[in-house]
Ligand binder design. Structure first.
Ligand code: URA
Length: 256
């Protein structure tokens, strides 16, 4: 069954709630039976309580109000987040709050899908890096975005510690050697906006790749912001710390 077909199957309301992350099947059945779940009619726009946990609905796009929380159901969770500084991408952070604390409870509690444990960050940004972070429970999407076969470019806005000239770009484009691999790593594109600001495009996702490349080229990263993944740019109206669902056109821009 492909994704489009999966997204067109009706499901019982209790299973929809469970899959969306509203709790165990038992908790979800209880929420419904106790009248805590309203369903918005696609035809009239009216909210109606549904107290029969077995009622079938088409899940994709279904609008629910669960204990007052408005929720649009998505069979796959694919979201973008504007990551602030001072946040770790790990589920079990060591020193800083986890990025998952920025998500609403249903996204944090989504059940596992096969090997994918709930909603996961696609790659990681350092604690002090800001910008575009994708999160999903779709194992195929994670795989494609991480796969060297697709070589999805990522664009970083780098603030440098020392003023630089175009020779820094030349070094990064020619390739620098990092300490864990003798093969040089090259930037796919590099532009110096002014002596302290560099726009760097990389494929691959080595640990601390930007910071290590800039250090290997003789400078230092003072601040780092990811502005783009594939053709998908961080929208200017997505405030720091905010998230939103990816639309079909966003997924198309990722190019995977
Ligand atoms: N490269 C880095 O050095 N840090 C990041 O957070 C992302 C890419």
């Amino acid at each position: 069954m492909d994704k489009a077909e999966q997204e067109q199957h009706t499901m019982q309301l209790q299973d929809i709630l469970f899959a969306q992350g509203f709790g165990t099947r038992r908790v979800c059945a209880g929420l419904i039976q106790q009248g805590h779940v309203l369903v918005r009619s696609a035809a009239t726009g009216e909210w109606q309580p549904c107290v029969d946990a077995g009622t079938e609905f088409e899940p994709e796009g279904l609008r629910l109000r669960v204990q007052g929380l408005d929720w649009v159901c998505h069979v796959r969770a694919c979201i973008m987040l504007h990551k602030p500084a001072g946040i770790e991408c790990s589920q079990k952070p060591s020193a800083w709050p986890s990025v998952y604390t920025l998500l609403p409870a249903p996204l944090r509690q989504r059940p596992n899908k096969g090997a994918v444990q709930g909603v996961q960050a696609v790659g990681r940004l350092d604690q002090d890096t800001t910008g575009l972070l994708l999160l999903t429970d779709d194992g195929q999407l994670i795989h494609r975005l991480a796969s060297p076969k697709h070589d999805v470019p990522k664009v970083y806005e780098v603030t440098l510690k020392h003023p630089a000239d175009t020779s820094l770009c030349a070094k990064l484009l020619a390739g620098v050697v990092l300490d864990d691999d003798p093969r040089p790593v090259r930037a796919a594109a590099c532009e110096l906006a002014d002596p302290l600001h560099l726009r760097l495009t990389l494929t691959g996702g080595k640990y601390h790749q930007v910071k290590r490349m800039v250090a290997a080229a003789g400078n230092r990263v003072e601040a780092l912001h990811r502005s783009q993944i594939g053709g998908l740019k961080l929208p200017p109206d997505l405030a720091v710390g905010q998230w939103r669902w990816l639309q079909a056109q966003d997924l198309a821009l990722l190019g995977v």
